[in-house]
Design a protein around this ligand. Structure first.
Ligand SMILES: Nc1nc2c(c(=O)[nH]1)N[C@H]1C(S)=C(S)[C@@H](COP(=O)(O)O)O[C@H]1N2
Ligand SMILES: [Mo]
Length: 505
């Protein structure tokens, strides 16, 4: 390898080590986000809406992986640059490493869960990195072994390494001690999930069809789609968590997690859907949620006449604008602590989130909930509304073919066509399938659980040889027939019929 190539490689190794050190320090101290997370999230926050939409369209739920790869590539290029610059001019590469450290420190400083006190791990990491880089990469003639003992700069090199080592070790010990002193709790609730005062009706056997390839009625937590602007799920401390209800209310209400868990709980099956779900997409899931009705908390605060919206905010700076009526009418709008019988997983909002039947997640389902501000649409706007999405997001009636899969090779004869349909808070009255622009034929609906959940459907199709196109559409309990007109997800959700093409031979 050429000397320059070697310098670039050393730059990568040293910078990588510095980032790792900063990440370990941040994780140990629990003082806030690590540099990679902070930079990624600040990046997401400052990405123009069109680029974000493009990323979600191109990568779907892999968008975060794509972003990680992008960040890794940029960091590697900067690290190679640092190595080569240091090789050419003393401190030039060290300056690049320090510069990266300062950028990351700024990202942490301005991060909702960061702040000034959370910047020290990355500052220590980048100073250690700069010292080590300078020590190992000064121009080669300085390291002529024949002159080693005589050359003061060799001493420089040794003292640099010693300095870096002492600093790094001291920081590690300090962070470790902080960790032990804080004795951070594992993410569990202060007590077991209460049993519901108002339980959900048991799921009748007829609510699920046993068809291979068909989505299960209940989405296990581990399989539930995840969409949010957080790179890593925020770590919320249950002991100090508090919900604040304020704005156009008679009196501000504050509740700790203990307070919340003492309230009578409602359990409800609710299907959650993302506005970014394309026709046929899988950004939708169904769970049994446990929580207290939002209206109970709002009535305690006393909502004033002028209000028409609740702006919910998360601990990480996200916000959602929910029509007041959706939180005060009789639907199961919940301040939820449980998901399928367990505390919320960190990625789904631990310790507390909102779930509101009938509305897309971006205007209702705030995870890592921190506050409810009672306000007016005329006076405030939410995170995604400020980025070009609609201020209101009622779920659009949708249906999807799960099986057969797109492009499937089938044998002639009876083929089970099955899938899901959802129209939260209104309900599904009918699902129809058609083959090759033929007549719409009614599918069989599974027994429904409530109007807030999705419904499985199936149809037995007598497949004939050839290439065929299957399409599905649903009709709501209100008589609305799902439109075949194709629109994209921006600004308030996609429309159009899902179709799959199959080959029968
Ligand atoms: N704090 C926070 N809450 C959030 C979001 C977010 O970015 N941050 N995204 C919302 C969106 S767009 C959706 S679709 C749902 C997704 O919830 P899930 O990840 O549990 O499926 O969460 C909502 N709640
Ligand atoms: Mo979403």
């Amino acid at each position: 390898m050429s000397a320059r190539g070697g310098a670039g490689l050393l730059g990568v190794v040293v910078t990588g080590g510095a980032v790792l050190l900063a990440e370990i320090l941040a994780a140990l101290a629990g003082s806030g986000p690590g540099p990679v997370e902070a930079v990624a999230e600040r990046f997401i926050d400052h990405t123009p809406a069109w680029l974000k939409d493009l990323a979600i369209a191109a990568f779907g739920t892999w968008d975060k992986l794509a972003l990680s790869v992008g960040i890794a590539v940029v960091m590697t290029l900067l690290a190679v640059l640092a190595g080569r610059s240091e090789y050419r001019r003393r401190w030039a590469g060290a300056a690049v490493v320090l510069g990266q450290g300062l950028v990351a420190a700024l990202a942490i400083f301005t991060h909702p869960q960061g702040g000034l006190s959370a910047t020290w791990p990355v500052l220590v990491g980048s100073v250690v990195g700069a010292l080590v880089l300078s020590a190992v990469l000064a121009p080669p003639e300085r390291w002529d072994p024949g002159r080693a003992m005589a050359d003061r700069r060799v001493l420089d090199r040794r003292s640099l390494l010693i300095g870096a080592g002492v600093l790094g070790a001291a920081a590690l010990v300090g962070a470790g001690v902080t960790r032990v002193v804080q004795a951070r709790r594992p993410p569990t609730l202060p007590r077991a999930l209460p049993s519901p005062a108002t339980p959900a009706r048991p799921v009748p056997a007829g609510a699920t069809f046993d068809v291979r390839g068909l989505t299960p009625f209940r989405t296990p937590n581990a399989d539930f789609y995840r969409i949010d602007t957080a790179f890593f799920a925020p770590q919320v401390d249950a002991a100090s968590w508090e919900l604040r209800v304020h704005g156009l209310v008679d009196q501000e209400v504050r509740m700790t997690l203990e307070d919340l868990l003492e309230e009578p709980m409602t359990e409800a099956w609710v299907t959650l859907a993302c506005v970014s779900n394309e026709v046929g997409g899988d950004l939708v899931g169904n769970a049994r949620w446990l929580g207290i009705p939002v209206r109970d908390v709002l009535s305690r605060a006393g909502v004033q006449e002028a209000a028409d919206m609740v702006l919910s905010r998360s601990t990480d700076g996200f916000s959602a604008s929910t029509p007041l009526a959706a939180m005060t009418d009789d639907r199961n709008a919940l301040i939820a602590v449980g998901m399928n019988g367990e505390p919320l997983p960190p990625e789904h909002g631990y310790p507390v989130r909102l779930v509101v039947p009938g509305l897309y997640g971006y205007v209702s389902a705030t995870k890592w909930l921190a506050e409810l501000e009672v306000t007016r649409f005329a006076d405030a706007s939410a995170y995604w509304t400020d980025r070009g999405w609609s201020e209101r997001g009622p779920v659009k009636i949708s249906s999807r073919i799960d099986t057969p899969a797109e492009g499937a090779d089938l044998a002639p004869g009876e083929v089970v066509v099955a899938g899901m349909a959802w129209n939260q808070h209104t309900g599904i009255a009918e699902v129809e399938v058609r083959v090759d622009d033929g007549e719409w034929l009614p599918a069989r609906l599974a027994e429904d659980v409530n109007v807030d959940t999705w419904t499985q459907w199936l149809m037995v199709w007598d497949a004939t040889p050839g290439e065929h196109r299957l399409q599905v559409r649903a009709t709501g309990r209100d008589g609305e027939i799902q439109t075949g007109e194709r629109t994209g997800v921006v600004p308030d959700g996609a429309t159009g019929w899902h179709e799959v093409r199959v080959i029968v031979a």
